[in-house]
Design a protein around this ligand. Sequence first.
Ligand code: CMC
Length: 431
Amino acid sequence: MADTKRTATLTLDGKTYELPVLSPTVGPDVIDIRKLYGQADVFTYDPGFTSTAACESAITYIDGDKGELLYRGYPIDQLAEKSHYLEVCYLLLNGELPTRQQMEDFEYRITRHTMLHEQIQYFFRGFRRDAHPMATMVGVVGALSSFYHDSLDINDPWQREVASMRLIAKLPTIAAWAYKYSIGQPFVYPRNELSYAENFLHMCFSVPAEPYHVEPALAKAMDRIFTLHADHEQNASTSTVRLAGSSGANPFACIAAGIACLWGPAHGGANQACLEMLREIGSVDRIPEFIARAKDKNDPFRLMGFGHRVYKNFDPRAKVMKESADEVLELLGIHNNPTLQVAKELERIALHDEYFVSKKLYPNVDFYSGIILEAMGFPTSMFTPIFALSRTVGWISQWKEMIGDPTGKIGRPRQLYTGATFRDYVDVDAR
Ligand code: CMC
């Protein structure tokens, strides 16, 4: 962050205040208002943080107008094509692409942490079988802090490192077991000779009664889904992780908080909501009815899988995801699936409709990911858990960056208070 030597001037009640302007390496400058309250006795008001940078970060950059997403400077489409998820994890965590040796060491370490403490099985068994896998994940990930006491000290860099490895390694096992539990099948243990994506598919779809072969093209598509969701700068769940972590909470608790936030339909829950919406629409001739509802100001309905707080252009992840969807459907010989037909027509109409065009509402990553995941055999309830396991590395990278920031403070927003002013308590008989 560079001081531009420029200042913004605020005039209030005849007094002027000079506010420093800071420059990022790329993107809009920011006005530093840290001293504003002390000097002028005013707060700024920005619900939803639409204009506020809450932290300094060197991990991920989004240019919403261009539709560009960079992890540590590398564009997402290049990473999706040439890299693989664990290499992307290394990049996000460490800032640079690994050498061959660094990659081998990292893979070895992640692979050796994929098993769960055996006692965690009993923890799973406490949930109802029909629990949403996200509910199970929030609980189990939070509970990791009761199992791994040797990686809770956030002031010890080694413990932070071990907690990071554990979370990245164990999330696929937890997500797969949440699924297995919900369908009444036995838990499948991880297998170290498989890649990260293959292992996840193996833990979700294999059963003890027969051998299971992981189709390489599906593993590749799975890996790409993980990569595309790995980080997305200061979104709601990442900000939740940072806020939870700013109080000094342990990393397992912070990631559980992130999972809880991700669950909402405006965020990670949109992939499930989108597929359910496509099914509800059911056939191409019903699309106009739903488009009309999405435009109606008096109807809370929104087209799931469209729009984004930051992207005002095609979501670059959606472009890659669309290609992947075509490949997977071709591989599985799915051509005339009604959900797919509705999705394609909806996309075509929305991209040309004045309402969506003028508001720059493009299909987002969740519009296509659900189609791929459904084709792979996942129920809709597993879509958001898959997003959560992919995003864990982003949350952890951002959490580590925050802990290492010497200017860090507990997150404590201010408010514009509109409630009652001081009044004396009234005895119950006098009310
Ligand atoms: N369908 C219909 N209208 C929409 C939609 C939509 N999906 N999204 C936004 N709008 C309209 C909205 O009604 C508003 O209209 P007006 O200006 O007339 O009041 C305008 O577009 C701006 O919307 P906003 O709610 O102010 O925008 P936001 O930045 O607060 O919301 C969003 C972003 C993603 C929450 C929203 O677009 C949405 O609810 N989309 C559907 C859910 C979804 O697909 N979420 C996944 C996001 S990508 C994955 C992730 O990162 O989590």
